[in-house]
Design a binder for this molecule. Structure first.
Ligand code: ADP
Length: 575
């Protein structure tokens, strides 16, 4: 627009200058011609006034001196040329028929402009009838008028060029000023569209023509700003909700193409936050089951729940809730399915452990019950008649019942531990005193096993409930006795190490083979099931210990050598 305004102004001025220059040249030419005619006339009048009788030769001489650049011709009344300042009079033909001469003969004055037959250039002629009837004709070449006119025209042209340059500069400035408010309006609108504060239009408010337009634009900008702001805040709200969700969310179109996703979904599939390549989220292209579920959800218009663990996410199980969406659009595209997905890996693992545990518990309960039933059947059948045998069978039933009770107790303990997240906050128990108390409880059993049990070290209060600490020490010390040999020992030591209370239970027993070490904390795992069962082990002691220690933020380490003994070291936070 700026260029168009400048060019139009320039063109208008150019045309105006051309027209005015042409007219100027025309006026100049007429003026010069009139002036020249006047001067020729004055010369002829002067000559006529000097004598009554015309002396042609003297007049020519006088004329040559007065006006060397002009020509004088004296013509007799019959048209014969008597003298000519620029030509030989004898060679000239009769001039009576020359228009200016004919007119002078008839009226006293005559004038003409034409190419001269004598000198062959365009001439301006003026003829006067002198007092004695002779014709005096003064003439001059038109070229001398033209050169004067061209000199004037050159001046005009130079002035026009300067004027045009000025016009060019001024018209550019004018165009710039005229267009500036439009530029400001466009800047204001684009900043509103970009979501930032509109640039001020105040500088143009004083322009009368622009005031109403600016008023409308102001209103428009205000409304646009409000709408964009409310849309932006709505969008931010939705995005915030979606991104705060722990569950992944995907929105697919009718063909299964991805329309939208949230942070959790991108994290689940390892797509970087700022990545524009979301092909990693097109999971249905990688799982046949998911593809089928999508089709089912779409065709039957029902929600489909599906657990998938064959996605390219090693060791992860995801649960997909696929819901059909119809009649909705997202950014101009029809939505087909919404997918909510949650990572159920931990849930599945816990479920798996629970299932294993239930199977193991059933098996473990069945073993003593089968023995009890066998002994009871034999007793009731009357096959065992000897009182000594009856007593032995009854005591075997008692042993199996004790084992059953111990097993049920341990199962109850582990189930209880499974259900607590934080145990008694602010609890504390003295390590040394508790260890001594446990050693006292085990003294009888130690004597039976011919194993000595000693407790030593410094007192240190651990952040753990006294009952739980007792349970831990009892399990570890009992194991030390159970998996020992006559003459062996169990040594319990306690110490404070910085922020930690440390308990060590070392025995000189049978030790644990290295390949079994990583498994001894598993529920119902036993290195030697026969020996463990005979010793009254339930296979749950170390699982309970590990569980309790973890519950109080502690750590357990084990060091063992077959036939040499084992050392369990427990570190707990100090109270
Ligand atoms: P259990 O009730 O059978 O003793 P635990 O969970 O306490 O169950 O122990 C698991 C297994 O670890 C035991 O069966 C035993 O084989 C082994 N074990 C535990 N403590 C010791 C130890 N001090 N010395 C040798 N083996 C041990």
């Amino acid at each position: 627009m700026k260029k168009r305004l400048t060019a139009t102004t320039f063109l208008i001025v150019l045309v105006a200058l051309l027209v005015s220059n042409a007219m100027g040249v025309w006026f100049l030419f007429n003026q010069e011609r009139d002036d020249s005619l006047e001067s020729l006339k004055e010369l002829l009048i002067l000559m006529d006034s000097q004598s009554q009788i015309t002396n042609a030769q003297a007049a020519a001489e006088q004329f040559r001196q007065a006006a060397p650049d002009k020509r004088l011709t004296i013509i007799d009344t019959d048209g014969t040329v008597l003298v000519d300042t620029d030509a030989d009079a004898d060679s000239l033909e009769n001039h009576a028929s020359r228009p200016e001469v004919a007119s002078a003969l008839a009226t006293g004055w005559g004038e003409d402009t034409r190419a001269s037959d004598t000198v062959g250039v365009p001439m301006l002629y003026v003829a006067k009838r002198f007092t004695d009837g002779m014709i005096g004709r003064a003439s001059m070449p038109l070229s001398s008028i033209d050169s004067l006119v061209w000199r004037g025209a050159a001046g005009l042209l130079a002035a026009s060029v300067v004027a045009l340059l000025l016009v060019l500069a001024l018209s550019r400035r004018m165009a710039q000023r005229a267009v500036a408010p439009l530029g400001a309006v466009s800047d204001a609108l684009s900043s509103v569209l970009a979501g930032s504060a509109p640039t001020s239009l105040d500088a143009y408010r004083s322009d009368d023509e622009l005031r109403p337009i600016l008023r409308y634009i102001d209103k428009l900008v205000e409304r646009l700003g409000d709408s964009i702001q409310s849309l932006t805040s709505e969008r931010d709200k939705v995005n915030l909700i979606l991104d705060c969700m722990d569950e992944g969310f995907l929105l697919l179109d009718e063909k299964g193409g991805l329309l939208a996703s949230n942070r959790a979904a991108r994290e689940l599939f390892g797509v970087p936050e700022d990545s524009s390549d979301l092909s990693g989220l097109l999971i249905h292209t990688r799982s046949r089951r998911l593809r089928e579920a999508l089709e089912q959800c779409h065709s039957q218009k029902t929600q489909v729940v599906l657990d998938v663990d064959d996605l390219p996410l090693p060791g992860r199980s995801l649960r997909f809730f696929l819901s059909p969406v119809s009649g909705q659009q997202y950014e101009g595209q029809r939505v087909g399915t919404s997918i909510l997905l949650s990572d159920v890996t931990e849930l599945k693992r816990a479920e798996h452990i629970r299932n294993d545990f239930t199977a193991n518990v059933s098996h473990e309960l069945k073993t003593p019950l089968t023995s009890i039933k066998g002994f009871a059947d034999m007793l009731s059948s009357g096959m065992v008649t000897e009182p000594a045998d009856q007593k032995r069978f009854s005591s075997l039933i008692g042993v199996e019942v004790d084992r059953l009770i111990a097993l049920i107790n341990d199962i109850l303990k582990i189930s209880e531990l499974d259900s607590v997240a934080i145990d008694q906050e602010g609890a504390s128990a003295p390590l040394l005193a508790t260890a001594q108390e446990v050693a006292g409880l085990l003294e009888l059993k130690a004597g039976e096993q011919q194993v000595t049990i000693t407790v030593s070290g410094e007192e240190c209060t651990a952040a753990i409930s006294p009952d739980r600490l007792r349970e831990v020490i009892l399990n570890l010390a009992e194991n030390g006795l159970k998996y020992n040999r006559p003459g062996g020992s169990v040594t319990v030591t306690t110490a404070c190490e910085g922020d930690h209370a440390v308990l060590t239970v070392a025995d000189t027993g049978i030790g644990i083979p290295p390949e079994a070490l990583p498994r001894i904390f598993e529920r119902f795992y036993r290195v030697d099931p026969g020996r463990a069962r005979k010793a009254g082990g339930t296979g749950l002691g170390l699982a309970i210990v590990k569980h309790i220690v973890a519950l109080y933020g502690g750590r357990i380490q084990v060091d063992s050598q077959v036939d040499q003994g084992s050392t369990f070291r427990i570190t707990l936070p100090r109270a």
